[in-house]
Design a protein around this ligand. Structure first.
Ligand code: HPA
Ligand code: MG
Length: 228
C-alpha cells in the first residue's frame, strides 16, 4: 500500500506503509471472486487475500529475525485468529525449513469473546487459558486477527504475564484506528485500517463471513440481515 504526500514544492512523494487511509474506497467486488451467498452483504474488498498472504510472509520473516534463536509458544487467539495464525505459522515453518536457523514451535489455542453484533461488550471471556503454566520461561508469540482499543489485548497480556514467560510478543494482522486506542499496540502489525467493521479471513459478524477469503467492509444490509 502507499499513500501520496504533497510537500511544499508541490512535488509528489510516495511513502510506503501498511496503513490503509480513511478515504481508501476499497476494491470493487466485481474485481474478485467471493461466495455468492454474501452478495449484497459487503460493500467492498479492503484487503485482497493475496495481499494478506504477501504481508504475512514478511511478518514471518521479521518474527524469525527477532525470535529465531529460541523455542516459541504461539498463542492463537480464536476464533478470528485461526486463519492468520495458520498462515503465519506456515510461513515461519517454511523459513525454518529453508534456513540453518530452525525453531521448535508449539501452538496453543485460547478463545476470547466480547463482541455482539458489531459492538464490543464489557464482558471479556478467556477460555482455554486457565492453566498456562507451560509458558514459564518460554518465548510467547500471541497471534490476534484484530486489535481495536487495545483493551482486550491489555487484559490478555496481564493474564499471560502472570505465568512468567521469558518474553511476550504480539502479532496482530489488523490494527484499527479507533478514538480510544490505549496504546497497547502489537509488536508486529499487518495493516492499520480505518475504524470500520470488517469481515472475512476468519473475522466474523455474529459467526458469519469467516468463509470469505478477502477482508471486506460489511454493508448496512449485511449487518441487518445477520443481526441477533
Ligand atoms: N470485525 C470483526 N471482528 C472484530 C472487529 C471487526 O471489525 N473489530 C473487533 N472485532
Ligand atoms: Mg468475532
Amino acid at each position: 500500500m502507499y499513500f501520496v504526500e504533497r510537500n511544499v514544492s508541490s512535488c509528489l512523494r510516495f511513502s510506503f506503509s501498511s496503513q490503509i487511509n480513511d478515504d481508501w474506497p476499497g476494491y470493487s467486488l466485481d474485481l474478485f471472486s467471493y461466495p455468492a451467498h454474501y452478495s449484497g452483504d459487503i460493500d467492498c474488498v479492503i484487503i485482497p487475500h493475496g495481499v494478506i498472504m504477501d504481508r504475512t510472509e514478511r511478518l514471518a520473516r521479521n518474527i524469525m529475525d527477532d525470535l529465531g534463536d529460541h523455542d516459541i509458544v504461539v498463542l492463537c487467539v480464536l476464533k478470528g485468529g485461526y486463519q492468520f495464525c495458520a498462515d503465519l505459522v506456515d510461513r515461519i515453518k517454511a523459513l525454518s525449513r529453508n534456513s540453518d536457523r530452525t525453531i521448535p514451535m508449539r501452538v496453543h489455542f485460547i478463545r476470547l469473546k466480547s463482541y455482539l453484533n458489531d459492538q464490543s461488550t464489557e464482558d471479556l471471556h478467556i477460555l482455554g487459558a486457565e492453566d498456562l503454566s507451560f509458558l514459564a520461561g518460554k518465548n510467547v508469540l500471541i497471534v490476534e486477527a484484530i486489535v481495536g482499543t487495545g483493551k482486550t489485548m491489555k487484559t490478555l497480556l496481564k493474564h499471560v504475564e502472570a505465568f512468567r514467560p521469558k518474553m511476550i510478543k504480539v502479532a496482530g494482522l489488523l490494527v484499527k484506528r479507533v478514538p480510544h486506542n490505549s496504546a497497547c499496540l502489537p509488536d508486529y502489525v499487518g495493516f492499520e485500517i480505518p475504524d470500520r467493521f470488517v469481515v472475512g479471513y476468519a473475522l466474523d459478524y455474529n459467526e458469519y463471513f469467516r468463509d470469505l477469503n478477502h477482508i471486506c467492509v460489511i454493508s448496512e444490509s449485511g449487518k441487518m440481515k445477520y443481526k441477533i
